[in-house]
Design a protein. Structure first.
Length: 165
């Protein structure tokens, strides 16, 4: 996936497809029944791979698979932030506003996670879908990575004008 984020646009899709396949293989080992917390991580990786590849509808579908009882608390805001961005990517304003409300409610409990936002930040830095409010999008993903409740809340409020129009 990291290679796909660094190469030219014509080479990236094949690399993202390879990443998706690798994460799907991981799900054969990390099953929900045997290891629900580990099972959630490949799903979050699939969500991020779809986000990075601009497959926003697939990303949204993936976010519905990992529930709060299967994800570590430090990954819940990661899942929901990716979902918010993917919903904006498909232009679903109603879902975007609902996702924003959910993230605002989660802000007090956000925790630093092992998730690295650099891939998502690269997408946010280059994708036309996030041109409006780009700095605030990057601030949001960085705050989620760092478990920064105040930064998450501030970034969401800065993004409100872009999410409502």
């Amino acid at each position: 996936m990291e290679e796909g984020e660094r190469v030219t646009a014509n080479k990236a899709p094949a690399l993202f497809d390879q990443a998706v396949q690798a994460y799907q293989y991981a799900l054969q080992v990390y099953t929900k029944a045997d290891m629900p917390r580990y099972w959630a991580i490949p799903h979050l990786n699939l969500e991020e791979a779809d986000f990075a590849a601009g497959r926003f509808n697939n990303c949204i579908q993936e976010t519905g698979i990992v529930t709060n009882d299967t994800a570590a608390i430090s990954y819940i805001a990661v899942r929901d932030t990716l979902k918010l961005a993917c919903q904006l990517g498909v232009g679903d304003k109603g879902a975007v506003l609902e996702a924003e409300k959910l993230l605002l409610s989660e802000a007090p409990t956000v925790q630093k996670s092992r998730w690295n936002s650099s891939g998502a930040v690269h997408v946010l830095s280059t994708s036309p879908a996030f041109e409006k409010g780009r700095t605030s999008w990057i601030a949001l993903f960085t705050a989620v990575q760092n478990g920064d409740s105040a930064g998450l809340t501030a970034a969401l409020h800065q993004l409100e004008p872009f999410m409502q129009h």
